[in-house]
Write a new protein. Structure first.
Length: 152
């Protein structure tokens, strides 16, 4: 066929891979771009549990590890307000260790109550006040709030 840009293809059995083709402990991936292969080799998993924090180390990309700047840390957990029946309240949360500057604080209601709104005042390097309010004025004696704090 004249002008066929796709050419013609044949189906054939793939040749065997011999021991001399692949070195001990090596796997040939000729279709991967070398910088991408380096990034894949350098990926490390960072896990975090509880409310303590740990430093992340830069490896694959200088000054950044999986979206975090080096020297950044994360604290997360659940803060529980308890008290006499109320439609609003606040919790003063002191961090496990002070940050060098005011961190970013994310909060959400841990309960399945869409009427409870949560927020924070301006965080400082050592603490933040978490505020909650029930929009329908229903009262509560306990409110659980999930928080995530990211900063340096």
């Amino acid at each position: 066929m004249a002008g066929d840009v796709y050419g013609s293809f044949e189906f054939a059995q793939k040749g065997f891979t011999r021991g001399s083709d692949v070195g001990k402990g090596q796997l040939g991936l000729p279709h991967l771009d070398p910088p991408l292969f380096l990034e894949l080799k350098l990926i490390k998993i960072h896990t975090h549990t509880g409310v303590d924090s740990s430093r992340l180390k830069a490896e694959a990309v200088p000054e950044v590890v999986r979206g975090y700047k080096t020297q950044e840390r994360m604290e997360r957990g659940i803060a529980i307000w308890t008290g006499s029946a109320s439609a609003s309240g606040s919790i003063v949360l002191t961090y496990g260790a002070a940050f060098q500057e005011a961190p970013t604080v994310l909060v959400t209601c841990a309960q399945n109550d869409v009427n409870i709104q949560v927020g924070t005042n301006t965080p400082t390097a050592t603490q933040v006040t978490i505020l909650w309010k029930n929009d329908t004025a229903a009262t509560h004696t306990s409110v659980a709030i999930t928080y995530c704090i990211i900063g340096r």
